[in-house]
Design a protein around this ligand. Structure first.
Ligand code: C6P
Length: 414
């Protein structure tokens, strides 16, 4: 495929696979730097989904006709591909969900509502995305369990000394993100897993920003649960992965009930299907699952070590360029090796939304807002920030265009 170049990836070659990157707005070529929200989709993934609908669209696990068999095999094998990508033992440990948010809710409802009660503690961090923070906060309210937060230090890291004090024998669940979507920080999730397990607690890792950007092995981390979203890693919207240790998924109650997740039903009783189907009620995400597996195969061709190196290189370049300006405040670690390829910042005197609108006029797409981390923004003392987030097809030239567009905004608001 030629997507790699000696010790790096070939971004220029990769760009050719993404038709959307050719778009122009008023003659300006799109510079897409909002990959932390959603990445773009290569022809290979678009073609795989199109091929599914053109040639073998049918419901899975229900029909014995040829189309249904072909769709079932493709959908099941998609689980194997995604499971292998993150080091899970097989399809039994890989549930397809709608996204990371649904994976959090699945564990919170199926495990949390049944297992937690007054006196129990759930430990989160101050940099959690609302997907985890709001979910566990509400489960805490419903069960009487307390929620505690590992503080974030001034320079954007988790305070691990505080984590050691906060995780105790009362802790039942630690839910932390692997990579922060606001600060870019890469958190020591293995260390946190050890801490959780030392106290007989489980750990749920939110890998929404990690799986797209670096090699992830759920067994090395020793995560009990690990979640991620297809649409942030070249896949379609509407599909994500939830890894769970097989014994836990076996023991837990189902999340949703209905067809597809049962083995035997009578008027009085129901028994559950094998893993992972026990957690996939109703007609599942068939076309999306096929596209998700194709996206994973694309990333495997690129090589996840190469993706990580590229992300660090772009983050380092963006941090260096932004450091040229006294009026740009950057959030998160200053060392590119400790962060992923995203940079949240504010330009003094200009609201992040205004800045993003000005950048949009130059066809530079970045995100502005609280990035679903309102409590973290409160802690940073700002209501919003602008965020540029990079991926495998971005180049340093595009970061130069971002810097030029910020310069234009500065002059406009001077
Ligand atoms: N963040 C962003 O930062 P969903 O929407 O379920 O696919 O992913 C939720 C989610 C969970 N955890 C982290 C660390 C995330 O970054 C996200 C999604 C997007 O722009 C949207 S807020």
């Amino acid at each position: 495929m030629g997507l790699q170049k000696s010790d790096a990836l070939d971004a220029e070659r990769i760009r050719e696979d993404f038709p959307i990157l050719q778009r122009e707005f008023d003659g300006e070529q799109l510079v897409y730097l909002d990959n932390g929200a959603t990445s773009q989709t290569p022809n290979q993934v678009i073609d795989a989904i199109s091929d599914y609908y053109r040639n073998y669209n049918a419901n899975v696990h229900r029909g014995i006709h040829q189309l249904s068999q072909e769709a079932s095999v493709a959908y099941e094998e998609a689980h194997d591909t995604v499971a292998e990508f993150v080091g899970a033992d097989g399809r039994e440990e890989m549930v397809f969900t709608k996204n990371t948010t649904e994976a959090e809710n699945l564990v919170a409802y199926a495990w949390g509502l049944n297992e937690l009660g007054p006196g129990d503690e759930i430990v989160l961090s101050e940099m959690e995305h609302h997907a985890s923070l709001v979910t566990w906060q509400q489960i805490g309210k419903r069960t009487g369990a307390d929620v505690k937060y590992i503080p974030v230090t001034e320079d954007g890291y988790l305070d691990m000394d505080a984590a050691e004090d906060l995780i105790t024998d009362d802790t039942e669940m630690v839910s932390v993100l692997h990579v922060s979507n606001t600060l870019g920080t890469v958190n020591p999730v293995s260390e946190l897993a050890d801490l959780a397990h030392d106290h007989d607690s489980y750990i749920f890792v939110d890998g929404a920003q990690a799986v797209p950007t670096r090699p992830v092995d759920v067994k090395d981390i020793d995560a009990d649960f690990y979640a991620f979203s297809g649409h942030k890693m070249l896949g379609p919207t509407g599909v994500g992965g939830l890894y769970g240790k097989q014994e836990l998924l076996d023991e837990m109650e189902p999340f949703q009930y209905g067809g597809g997740m049962i083995r035997k039903v009578s008027f009085e009783e129901t028994t559950w299907h094998d893993l992972p189907w026990k957690y996939e009620a109703g007609t599942p995400l068939i076309a999306q699952g096929v596209g998700f597996a194709e996206a994973v195969e694309y990333l495997e061709d690129v090589g996840m070590e190469n993706v990580q190196r590229h992300e660090e290189r772009l983050a380092g370049y963006a941090l260096d360029r932004m450091a040229e300006f006294d009026d740009v405040e950057i959030y998160g670690p200053t060392s590119p090796e400790d962060r992923s390829g995203l940079v949240s910042f504010n330009l003094e005197g200009v609201h992040a939304h205004d800045l993003t609108s000005i950048l949009n006029e130059s066809a530079v797409a970045i995100r502005a807002g609280d990035h679903c981390t309102q409590p973290l923004h409160d802690k940073l003392g700002v209501a919003a920030s602008a965020r540029a987030s990079f991926y495998i097809y971005n180049t340093t030239d595009e970061i130069d265009e971002l810097i030029d567009a910020i310069d234009d905004a500065r002059q406009l608001f001077a």
